[in-house]
Design a protein around this ligand. Structure first.
Ligand code: HEC
Length: 224
């Protein structure tokens, strides 16, 4: 997917929308919604749902770097004193690094003015509550079925044996099982880690805990 290093090319996505770009006037909310998929690897449009980037639910007319509860803004953006409106958002989406040097939204920008217009129309409509944003962020890890609830994790040799709530057990090569934490309201309940990422089908998976302290206490070093 989109790399976290270097500049992400939004050009491909933008290009496919350019042929229907309006030659005048305001952007189209529907087309903007489609174009906004390029943002969704890093942003949610649902209130309070922060990912790599802040939630964009109420970005219109807000001051840059002030979304409540997002603690990872760059100093550059916080100090920019920009207010997000038609003009500033258009400049940001065209070339974020040019508008705010040293910001951490590492995307190349959208060269097509029509696509930017559509995105602006969508961002404004979301902020004004005229369209409800799809929340395609992470799943709610407090509500998973038993096949994803982790009952036990045992570590032996170079492998983890994971037993899930449905009684099934599966062995992972240690290098292919990742441990993550999600302390958000959608994260797992305390002491109830969840396995995701591969549906236990592929050769890799992720176990998500509610807090980092849980990781070492939950995993037992024990060979069958
Ligand atoms: C690769 C991840 C990534 C992608 C893709 C991405 N963004 Fe961002 N965005 C960020 C990050 C990280 C920040 C915070 C930047 C900072 O603090 O310097 C940000 C900040 C923003 C802000 C400022 C928000 C605020 O609260 O001040 C806006 C507006 C924004 N992005 C819009 C978009 C739009 C629209 C798209 C899609 C066209 C998009 N972004 C695509 C990561 C991304």
């Amino acid at each position: 997917m989109l790399a976290s290093f270097g500049r992400v090319a939004l050009l491909g996505v933008a290009g496919s929308f350019s042929w229907i770009a309006p030659s005048h006037g305001a952007g189209d909310v529907e087309r903007g919604a489609r174009a906004s998929r390029a943002c969704m690897a890093c942003h949610s449009f649902a209130p309070g749902r922060h990912m790599t980037g802040p939630s964009l639910a109420s970005v219109w007319n807000s001051r840059a770097g002030t979304a409540t509860g997002f603690g990872r803004y760059s100093e550059a953006l916080k100090r920019s004193e920009i207010v997000w409106n038609e003009k500033t958002l258009d400049a940001w989406l065209q070339n974020p690094a040019a508008l705010v040097p040293n910001n951490t939204m590492l995307v190349a920008g959208i060269p097509d003015a029509g696509t930017r217009n559509d995105l602006l129309a969508y961002l404004q409509a979301v902020s004004e509550g005229r369209v409800s944003a799809p929340d395609r962020g992470l799943p709610n890890l407090k509500r998973v079925d038993a096949s994803r609830e982790v009952a036990t994790i045992r570590y032996c040799g170079d492998a983890y044996r994971v037993v899930t709530g449905d009684g099934k057990s599966r062995i992972w090569w240690e290098f292919n099982l990742r441990f993550k934490t999600d302390g958000s309201p959608e994260g797992p309940s305390a002491g109830k880690p969840v396995v995701i990422g591969s549906g236990m089908q592929g050769d890799r998976a992720v176990v998500v805990f509610s807090r980092p302290e849980e990781i070492s206490t939950f995993i037992r070093k024990e060979c069958p």
